[in-house]
Design a protein. Structure first.
Length: 270
């Protein structure tokens, strides 16, 4: 009997103790929110404390509904109807097969302009609200779980000094992941994930050429956006304290389901 009790005691000594943590969530919209909601429910099931930080213009996150987790809503200038119209126009851009190339360029420019205005409004709504920042600091969160479509989430992780976890692939041709997170993605084996979602690592010569062109195009667009839009926005918000651009800040995020030690095990591409 004594030996059996001693055996059980030794086994219990080897069991790792799990502690519930505090998770701050910056959600996406529509299907992105529904994707994150499944993960949030799983976190709550495991007794983690979850707080969803959402703007007043969110068209899909029901911050007034009673849930098992908390909502922290901050005010922005853009109205909910304007945000809903912006997302509807974005959806129509991808589903409109009858538009001419010139119409598509005009629609794309208009959608991107609206997205930039919305991003600036959300970022300033978060970081110009001193009471909100004070509350977030005092809450002592352990991790920031965010959607790539949520602007300035990396800045929030930086100011709270906590790791950031993304819910899904962030950019076409893995531009952000490659340039900021050092993710290895050789174009000969990794499709650009744009209009060729059916491709795998086994591609024909023509498909590889198309993938390479998509990589070049999306990388160029990404660098131009960072240089002329987001670097300026980030510098404006952090003019007194920030001396790095968005590329440096994004390099500290932790890709979803890919830990830094796993990245170290991957071969270096020359």
């Amino acid at each position: 009997m004594i030996s059996g009790t001693l055996f059980v005691f030794v086994l219990l000594c080897g069991v790792e103790v799990g502690h519930a943590g505090k998770v701050l969530v910056l959600p996406g919209e529509y299907s992105h929110w529904h994707n994150m909601r499944v993960i949030i429910d799983a976190l709550v099931d495991h007794n983690h404390s979850v707080t969803v930080l959402v703007s007043s213009s969110s068209p899909t996150v029901p911050h007034t509904r009673k849930e098992r987790f908390d909502f922290n809503m901050f005010e922005v200038n853009i109205k909910k109807e304007e945000a809903r119209a912006m997302w509807s126009e974005f959806t129509n851009l991808w589903m409109n097969d009858t538009a001419t190339k010139y119409d598509r360029v005009f629609m794309f420019w208009r959608v991107m302009t609206n997205f930039i205005v919305n991003a600036e409004d959300i970022c300033k709504g978060m970081f110009y609200n001193k009471d909100l920042l004070h509350t977030l600091h005092e809450s002592h969160y352990d991790v920031l779980f965010s959607d790539p479509m949520m602007p300035c989430s990396d800045l929030m992780a930086q100011i709270l000094n906590i790791p950031q976890v993304l819910s899904l692939r962030a950019t076409f041709a893995y531009s952000l992941e490659r340039l900021c997170g050092q993710m290895p993605a050789p174009p000969s084996y990794v499709p650009a994930v744009a209009s060729h979602d059916h491709l795998t690592d086994r591609m024909s010569f023509t498909e590889r050429v198309k993938t390479m062109l998509l990589y070049i195009m999306h990388t160029t667009i990404f660098r131009l956006q960072m240089k002329f839009i987001y670097d300026q926005l980030y510098t404006e918000i952090w003019v007194q304290t920030l001396h790095e651009g968005i590329l440096h800040l994004q390099s500290v995020l932790t890709p979803f389901l890919m830990r830094p030690e796993e990245l170290d095990e991957l071969p270096v591409l020359l």
